[in-house]
Design a protein around this ligand. Structure first.
Ligand SMILES: Nc1ncnc2c1ncn2[C@@H]1O[C@H](COP(=O)(O)OP(=O)(O)OP(=O)(O)O)[C@@H](O)[C@H]1O
Ligand SMILES: [Mg+2]
Length: 462
């Protein structure tokens, strides 16, 4: 299981990352806008000063240009902040008239409007406005350029103020959104807490569907849990049924053993006591067999519910031949002719021990129910991608109508003379199922008796 994470933290993280990214973009945009605004406002003032100076430029009698700097116009600028103001006035190209000679100027000014530029002067960033005009004597006009510059402290302060306020607004918004998410998640998760309380309060045996109202997003989960509980209920029912049946089955031989023990205790002759002991021993064997079948059933159930380890490849011909061979003498004693048919190899993927149990159950059924004089044949053959196993006899068989029932757990035919508890065929069916096989019950040779067939996928075919 992965380490648990907090939904709330995740949502918050997403929200914060997303708003931080969007916020940064917005801040960059705001910064640009602020710079532009601050420049526009201050540039206008700068141009006004340049214009005021330009109006004071006159042509002297000797034809040279003269300026009477209106310091008030420049004061308009300096009052703004600690900014320093510089100016220069130039006559026709190459002719410096007054002001700061080192102040950079602009050459490509057009006639009417001022031109602006950023530059550096005395180690400080400055903003320059240059205005081109001409002074006229009436006879000739003399062009000149007025350059006014100021340091950019006021502009920077304005930009920073705008930026700071937007940043503050943004942070407030993000924090507000985070708080909203926190509260909203708390409220939205409430139905889930109620759901978990409702489940926790149940008593362990209560597997009724959950009827709690939950958000639509969680409905699927609740439905899954409900259907799981239905399956759990039926598994539990099956288990109860199974253990009830199993203990019931065990009681019969135990009762017989007790009776026989009592009888032997009361026996007056040795023969009587020996007879009771023999009967008791048979009952113990019966109980043993029941326990073996029950254990096997439990083993198969466990194998079915665990992830199976990859089964071995086994040769069914060899295994079935060997198992049949071992039982030939016993079948002979019971007056039956047990035989094997099959050649070569027939490989299947399966656990050998379980396949042995499958074979044992089928062969024992045939020996137990086919009756004296019957012929029993175990046959293995390969048909395409299938390996077929048949166990057939020419005894009384199972009537068609009862075949389906005979495959259920604890179902026994009317011929209950042989000791058993009705687990054989279900065991066969389930073992076959574990390895991709399928059990069919048909008629034996010449329509007599029973033929139990299982088709397994051949190993190698997938
Ligand atoms: N070859 C057969 N011929 C006739 N009847 C059969 C044959 N095999 C099974 N049956 C009938 O099917 C019933 C169910 O068989 P199954 O093997 O499941 O249980 P069982 O033999 O009664 O008990 P268990 O195998 O657990 O000892 C049997 O009781 C028997 O009536
Ligand atoms: Mg059986």
């Amino acid at each position: 299981m992965q380490a648990a994470y907090s939904l709330r933290r995740r949502l918050l993280a997403w929200l914060l990352i997303a708003t931080a990214v969007i916020g940064c973009i917005a801040l960059i945009d705001t910064y640009r806008e602020a710079v532009r605004t601050a420049n526009t406002v201050s540039d206008r003032v700068l141009a006004g000063s340049a214009l005021a100076i330009a109006e004071r430029v006159v042509v002297a009698e000797d034809g040279s240009l003269q300026v009477d700097i209106p310091y008030v116009a420049l004061e308009m600028l300096t009052s703004a902040a600690q900014d320093r103001v510089f100016y220069r006035v130039d006559g026709p190209p190459g002719q410096f008239i007054t002001g700061y000679q080192n102040l950079p100027s602009l050459t490509d000014t057009d006639g009417q409007t001022a031109a602006y530029a950023d530059a550096e002067f005395r180690g400080e960033p400055i903003r320059i406005a240059a205005l081109q005009r001409s002074a006229s004597t009436g006879i000739k006009s003399v062009p000149f350029v007025v350059t006014v510059a100021e340091t950019t402290i006021a502009r920077r302060q304005l930009t920073q103020a705008i930026l700071l306020r937007s940043a503050l607004r943004l942070v407030t918004m993000i924090l507000g959104a985070a708080a909203i998410v926190w509260v909203a998640v708390t409220f939205s998760l409430r139905p889930l807490y109620r759901l978990s309380d409702a489940i926790a309060e149940r008593n362990p045996g209560d597997l009724h569907p959950i009827r709690q109202s939950v958000p639509r997003e969680v409905e699927g989960l609740v439905e899954t849990v409900n259907s799981f509980m239905v399956r759990l209920q039926s598994a539990l029912d099956a288990l109860r049924h199974f253990s009830g049946n199993a203990s019931h089955q065990l009681r019969t031989p135990l009762a017989i053993i007790r009776t026989q023990l009592t009888l032997s205790a009361r026996a007056t002759t040795l023969e009587e006591a020996q007879h009771a002991a023999r009967k008791g021993d048979e009952a113990v064997a019966h109980a043993e067999r029941i326990l073996a079948q029950l254990l096997l059933m439990a083993k198969i159930d466990a194998a079915g519910s665990q992830k199976p380890e990859p089964p071995d490849i086994i040769d069914l011909v060899r295994l079935a031949r060997q198992m049949t061979g071992e039982r030939v003498p016993g079948a002979g004693d019971a007056g039956m002719d047990l035989g094997f048919e099959g050649e070569g190899e027939a490989l299947i993927r399966a656990a050998p021990l379980l396949i042995e149990e499958l074979l044992r159950n089928l062969i024992e059924n045939a020996i137990a129910y086919a009756g004296r004089g019957a012929e029993v044949t175990v046959r293995v053959k390969t048909a395409g991608a299938k390996v077929l196993l048949d166990v057939e006899d020419n005894g009384p068989g199972i009537p068609l109508a009862e075949r389906q029932v005979a495959r259920q757990r604890f179902a026994r035919g009317g011929r209950g003379e042989a000791p058993g508890m009705g687990l054989g065929l279900p065991i066969v069916e389930e073992i076959a199922g574990l390895f991709g096989g399928h059990l069919t019950l048909g008629d034996g040779p010449d329509g007599k008796g029973l033929k139990a067939s299982i088709s397994f996928p051949a190993a190698g075919s997938t």
